[in-house]
Design a protein around this ligand. Structure first.
Ligand SMILES: C[S@@+](CC[C@H](N)C(=O)[O-])C[C@H]1O[C@@H](n2cnc3c(N)ncnc32)[C@H](O)[C@@H]1O
Length: 325
């Protein structure tokens, strides 16, 4: 049987039997802080703060972690139920005490001080920020991060997936991606690119007769494909068939251009599409165009300007109205 004197709970009590340590824990529950920040809030010398921190850490009330050359202290995540109750009771007793209110005010000043260096930096760097951002992190990270907004239970089709540049991006965020392409060579490259991704399913097939069941997809992507298709409406009608009611189509293609040579060089059938054409194609295919925006090209991009259009397959029991472009 455990002797009463060995109960770890007693250490918890003794560590809290000091008003300064309770204030300190209250602070560390609000924010991770360094020793010098704690000194600033509690207005105590560093040696005193360090001594209290050690007592609290030894009793398991405080944890710490390094961030570069700094060390931050925080209230340790609650252990057993008894400790949670002790701290809840202590916190309730501290609430509203004048000392705690002053600590809260000084804490906000300390936190405001943390942001001062970055405020000063942005005040002087607005003109260079875009360049610096690209220099530090490249130009692609935002698109990679934004796909995280897609619902993670979606099944998405990448129709005319080609070598699959979009597949890993989609696969990082949705349940399953089905890539379809008619070219064995392009599919082989896509397979190589996605071999490590268990939720990518590649199928050989025609966009005019998709190897996908009716209503199987939450969303469809057709990127740089439409201008290759003799009958864009036939492919969009197929896309509508495999979409669930309420499902979405994202179309990325070229705005109208005059580069006739693309017909011979790359087999383009159409020299781009304007908004009226895209709307008409959607109408013919049972889709409702919701939005069409031109994509701002990279400064070094050599091709025609692209657009991104979103369309929906109306839910069976609702009438989705087209937004005027
Ligand atoms: C220009 S690539 C674009 C690939 C990819 N979506 C991208 O963004 O890089 C067009 C792809 O569509 C495929 N494609 C064109 N017409 C097709 C059709 N009727 N059926 C199936 N795939 C087709 C081609 O094989 C090619 O891989």
């Amino acid at each position: 049987m455990t002797p009463v004197a060995d109960l770890p709970l007693l250490d918890s009590f003794s560590a809290l039997a000091d008003a300064t340590r309770c204030r300190l824990l209250w602070l560390l529950e609000q924010q991770e802080l360094t020793v010098s920040e704690i000194c600033g809030v509690l207005q105590l010398p560093q040696s005193t703060v360090s001594r209290h921190l050690k007592t609290l850490a030894d009793a398991g009330w405080v944890s710490s972690r390094r961030d570069g050359t700094s060390r931050y202290y925080a209230l340790a995540s609650a252990g057993d139920e008894a400790r949670r109750q002790i701290w809840a009771l202590t916190r309730a007793h501290l609430a509203g005490r004048p000392g705690i209110e002053q600590d809260a005010r000084r804490l906000s000043q300390v936190l405001a001080g943390r942001g001062r260096t970055s405020q000063a930096f942005f005040a002087s760097a607005a003109g260079e920020w875009d360049h610096l951002r690209e220099d530090l992190f490249g130009g692609q990270f935002a698109a990679q991060a934004l796909v995280g907004l897609l619902p993670d239970d979606w099944v998405v089709g990448d129709l005319g997936c080609g070598t699959g540049p979009v597949l890993p991006l989609l696969a990082s965020s949705v349940r399953r991606v089905i890539g379809v392409d008619g070219s064995d060579e392009m599919l082989a490259a896509a397979r190589g690119r996605t071999a490590h991704l268990a939720n990518v399913d590649l199928r050989r097939g025609s966009l005019e007769a998709l190897p996908i069941d009716d209503h199987a997809l939450d969303a469809v992507v057709m990127m740089l494909v439409l201008h290759h298709l003799p009958s864009p409406a036939a492919a969009l009608t197929e896309a509508a068939r495999v979409l669930k009611p309420g499902g979405r189509l994202l179309l990325v293609d070229m705005t109208p251009h005059e580069r006739e040579a693309y017909r011979q060089q790359m087999g383009h059938v159409w020299l781009g599409f304007d908004a009226d054409q895209v709307r008409r194609l959607c109408d013919q295919s049972g889709l409702v165009l919701r939005r069409l925006t031109e994509i701002v090209p990279n400064a070094d991009a050599k091709g025609p300007t692209l657009f991104a259009a979103t369309a929906v397959k109306p839910a069976a029991d609702s009438f989705a109205s087209s937004v005027v472009l």
